[in-house]
Design a protein around this ligand. Structure first.
Ligand SMILES: [Zn+2]
Length: 318
């Protein structure tokens, strides 16, 4: 049985967490370089964790390319799927036991409820006018974060004051102790409506989100049997003893969600350092579909790691 307790560690531990769903691009390179520099300058350890949870979109060829591209850039890590370490396995597809343990703890503590809404149900509910804040706290109207999900309208949420774990009528009213594994339904984390989630980002300064307004009850386990990004990330960062998370600013809102999960699981928050997103020459945020700006393509055209890290390779694009 996997424990849900956080790993005791001494010193700085950072991580690189690529998703092998496409080739890495210039934006990833700069974020990962920052993570590398911060771990190196702190005299700490850098962990490579392959976030290959999505069985439909993850490809081993992309995982191999990510490792090759990051090494070509000059980034070095001390633990990872290619070099091992004492906090492994280092691929999320091999860490299901950790996620199940976290799910079970959240469930037993009453933070979760089953949701049977279909995608169409959610689209219908969301078509009605509602108050949202898609631009986030900066109000810059950046592209919708990749990990984001629409504000959940609360259709399946148990009434206030009732424990979530005993309100499983949706799935045949089993006793909480009888539910050993999630499956067949989406499991949502009930957020404390109106609570202000604040944190000091080491790069972007003070951040502020309101639970229930900026984000709603979010999925931690999907009906297809996979844990969500939020749950896996929190479980791994704790189990791997990560002390600082360096990642793109598209994940700021996820940080607020993950702070709630950390609190519910009894984990200490790591420090947060979110990097500004890189835009192309037209001001659009880079995405994995920008194949021309993938590291693999740039490298084949003779672009150097210095060109990529300085951003001069972006100016050449039209
Ligand atoms: Zn629902």
């Amino acid at each position: 049985m996997v424990s849900v307790s956080a790993a005791p560690v001494a010193g700085y531990r950072g991580r690189l967490a690529p998703s092998p769903t496409g080739y890495l691009h210039v934006g990833h390179a700069r974020t990962f370089w920052t993570a590398f520099e911060r771990a190196r300058d702190a005299g700490g350890t850098l962990v490579m964790r392959m976030e290959d949870l999505d069985p439909d979109r993850s490809r081993s060829c992309y995982a191999e390319a990510a490792i090759e591209d990051l090494r070509w850039l000059g980034i070095r890590w001390q633990e990872g799927p290619d070099c091992g370490g004492s906090f492994g396995p280092y691929a999320q597809s091999l860490r299901r036991a950790f996620y199940l343990a976290a799910w079970r703890t959240l469930f037993q503590r009453g933070f979760l409820y089953p949701c049977r809404c279909s995608r169409r149900d959610l689209e219908t509910a969301l078509a009605a006018p509602h108050e949202g804040n898609p631009a986030g706290p900066q109000g810059k109207g950046e592209a919708e974060p990749l990990d984001d999900e629409p504000l959940y309208p609360g259709t399946c949420r148990p009434a206030a004051g009732r424990g979530c774990q005993n309100d499983a009528s949706d799935i045949g009213r089993p006793d909480a102790s009888e539910i050993e594994t999630p499956g067949g339904v989406n499991w949502r984390f009930r957020v404390p409506d109106g609570e202000v989630i604040e944190f000091e980002d080491r790069n972007l300064g003070p951040q502020r989100f309101v639970a229930g307004r900026d984000f709603g009850d979010f999925v931690v386990w999907r009906r297809d049997g996979a844990p969500s990004y939020q749950l896996a990330c929190v479980a791994d960062d704790a189990a791997m003893g990560i002390t600082e998370v360096v990642r793109g600013a598209d994940l700021l809102k996820s940080t607020a969600r993950q702070m709630l999960l950390n609190r519910a699981l009894g984990y200490r928050d790591p420090a947060w350092f979110h990097c500004r997103l890189v835009a192309d020459a037209n001001g659009r945020r880079l995405a994995k579909r920008h194949d021309a700006l993938s590291l693999s393509a740039l490298r084949q055209r003779g672009v150097t790691p210095m060109d990529i890290l300085s951003g001069s390779c972006l100016a050449e694009e039209t």
